[in-house]
Design a binder for this molecule. Sequence first.
Ligand SMILES: NC(=O)c1ccc[n+]([C@@H]2O[C@H](COP(=O)([O-])OP(=O)(O)OC[C@H]3O[C@@H](n4cnc5c(N)ncnc54)[C@H](OP(=O)(O)O)[C@@H]3O)[C@@H](O)[C@H]2O)c1
Length: 293
Amino acid sequence: MSNKYSRIIAGAMNWGVWGADLSTSEIAKLIEGCIDIGVTSFDHADIYGEHTTEKAWGDAWKNLNIDRENIQLISKCGIMRPSPQRPSIEKPHYDYSYQHIITSVETSLKNLNTDYLDMLLIHRPSPLMNPETIAKAIDHLKSSGKIRQFGVSNFTQNQVKLIQSQIPVEANQIEISPFYMDPFHDGTLDQCMTDNIIPMAWSPLGGGSMFKKISSPTLLAQRERLKAVADKYNWSLDEMTYYFILHHPAQIKVVTGSSKIERIKKAVDCYNGSITDAQWFEIWTAAKGEIVP
Ligand SMILES: NC(=O)c1ccc[n+]([C@@H]2O[C@H](COP(=O)([O-])OP(=O)(O)OC[C@H]3O[C@@H](n4cnc5c(N)ncnc54)[C@H](OP(=O)(O)O)[C@@H]3O)[C@@H](O)[C@H]2O)c1
């Protein structure tokens, strides 16, 4: 299941106004830092930063003297939310019409300062999505060279099959962390392995819940149990989590959320290390609060 994307993908969602709000030069430095440590793939979506983060990233990228073929750009489309950048959207909804998919990609390309996306993902499944319409839009985008590959995000097995009835699905970007382990058991990762779909894990640290102040007693207890395992092996909580996700045989790509190079590097270091199956189940048991049946 080899492919051109780096095993650790840098998620840019928190680089802009939804997170660290990095300056153009800080983003440029972070892009260079990622490439230096082998993180050549970058994850975007049209809506990040209320439609501002792709442009912030693209403004930084255009000043860098790096061959476009040396990096991979992933972006997403379809979530429609009212925002100052999109005043015509009145109510939150999804739009997977032919015209919207194409217009959204063209806007992403302009904002990212690039001619093509390596991968376009349908951001979230919609009850109203029509696989034939999506396939026509994707065929057009592929034949005009605007995207090279196509995938989905947050799709169940059946939703993937629905789209596969019309067009190959090459990736499924899904939430995976010790706080959210459903894909290990609900068939999503099995399908990735059988159908040669690249699995990408978003929010590997639970959107930061591994570290931030949390009030839910259930989540706190779960984190305490996880911390006990991490302490036993002298791992930090993020190291333990990256080992956990990377150990799975589906060869999951980790989409990091950090805006700090030293934290992204921890994921790379874990990819270069390993854990045992027994240690994986120790983490699983701590996350679940129960032993395997
Ligand atoms: N497809 C989808 O539906 C979807 C949904 C959500 C996200 N995503 C993608 O997945 C990426 C990752 O998601 P995420 O941002 O939720 O990932 P995450 O890694 O679970 O959380 C990132 C947050 O954790 C913090 N963090 C990381 N390491 C830390 C450490 N050692 N100590 C303290 N805080 C730490 C980061 O802050 P610092 O910046 O300060 O390190 C950041 O606020 C996004 O960037 C986006 O590209 C996709």
